[in-house]
Ligand binder design. Structure first.
Ligand SMILES: Nc1ncnc2c1ncn2[C@@H]1O[C@H](COP(=O)(O)OP(=O)(O)OP(=O)(O)O)[C@@H](O)[C@H]1O
Ligand SMILES: [Mg+2]
Length: 334
């Protein structure tokens, strides 16, 4: 019976096609092509106009490098490591584990700023992919230490759910120093070296932890160099990195106190953000003036920079707020 139906259908096809006029046929074909493009998960059309998770996406390394070099002041160590790490990671077709980087430094030194630049360059057509960038603020999302059990479950569900939707997901955890003790260890399985967990592969995800912990130690090292009349460029990265890993493991207010993530070496890079000097604050002010469409005005730049002068150590070399309040100060003075 089925065979007879099929034979009847194929006998009718030539008649149907000749019955349709060419315009209707072309329209039908176009419609079908558009529908196919819209419903297939990583089609060209969908990725062009809507958010899509395209596994062919690669980091735009040259654009990232340019943005870091042009926009970030006084952070040669951090920008070098970030660039190298992302470059190496993006060349690996099937990374064994997600890339995990931990940013450390005083407030206003550029930790959130650099993570934003990474997010903007992570996907080829960056603007439409915000859906795959996930931000967790310890103060906002995990305010009560007594709810840690519930937070652990939420965090695991969020990560599992988001990576299932798009393996190339970016997770940014800010204010790590405010994170309830032990919470971050709940994501340990996802950061480990595994093929997949319950069918979900985590190797393409990127995790960034932003932390004020370690900032004082970084400043001590930088000051020590400065007092010995050595250049900022001579500060040794490896010393800072191993100091940071020990410091946050032993610091109760780092979010990583006695953390298994550190013990098991699941954080790939500890990235120091140096305290900013007066000249860097001036650069931030110049940039902000440009951004707000004002003329270059050296007197105004100096006036604002001096008004921001809150340099805590006796040597008065580093700004305690970095560039954090530059935008509001420029707003006030223009
Ligand atoms: N090194 C820098 N180079 C250029 N601009 C900077 C730098 N650091 C900070 N800024 C400017 O100051 C703003 C605030 O900095 P950002 O939010 O990145 O600080 P943060 O290190 O994340 O501080 P916090 O620890 O308080 O979160 C940025 O949006 C950026 O405009
Ligand atoms: Mg920040």
């Amino acid at each position: 019976m089925k065979l007879l139906n099929m034979a009847g259908f194929f006998a009718l096809v030539p008649t149907l096609v000749s019955a349709l006029e060419p315009i209707t046929t072309s329209l039908a074909f176009c419609g079908a092509a558009v529908m196919w493009q819209l419903f297939s998960p990583a089609s060209w059309l969908k990725c062009r106009f809507l958010e899509c998770c395209n596994m062919k996406d690669t980091l735009d390394i040259p654009a990232l490098q340019m943005a870091l070099e042009q926009k970030v002041f006084g952070q040669h160590l951090a920008t070098q490591v970030v660039l190298k790490a992302l470059n190496a990671y993006s060349r690996d077709k099937q990374p064994r584990k997600p890339l995990v980087m931990s940013f450390h430094g005083w407030t206003g030194t550029g930790k959130s700023f650099v993570s934003k630049i990474i997010a903007q360059n992570l996907y080829q057509r960056h603007e439409a992919r915000r859906r795959f960038v996930h931000q967790y603020d310890a103060v906002l999302h995990f305010p009560h230490a007594e709810h840690i059990k519930q937070y652990k479950e939420q965090l695991q569900n969020w990560i599992r759910g988001n990576v299932s939707v798009c393996p190339r997901s970016l997770f940014i955890f800010s204010e790590m120093d405010q994170m309830p003790h032990g919470l971050i260890d709940s994501i340990m399985p996802y950061l480990s070296d595994r093929e997949a967990i319950n069918g979900v592969y985590y190797g393409k995800a990127i995790f960034l932890f932003l932390n004020n912990a370690g900032g004082d130690k970084i400043t001590e090292v930088a000051l020590d160099h400065w007092r010995r009349q050595k250049g900022r460029e001579e500060i040794p990265l490896t010393d800072l990195q191993s100091m940071l890993s020990a410091e946050i493991f032993n610091n109760r207010n780092s979010g990583f106190w006695n953390s298994k993530l550190i013990q098991k070496n699941l954080v790939d890079y500890f990235i120091p953000f140096l305290p900013l000097e007066y000249k860097h604050v001036k650069e931030c002010i110049q940039e902000e003036l440009r951004y707000q469409g004002h003329q270059e005005d050296e007197d105004l730049v100096i006036k604002i920079a001096l008004a921001m002068s809150d340099y805590p150590s006796e040597d008065r070399i580093y700004s305690s707020k970095g560039c954090k309040t530059v935008a509001s100060k420029v707003n006030l003075d223009t």
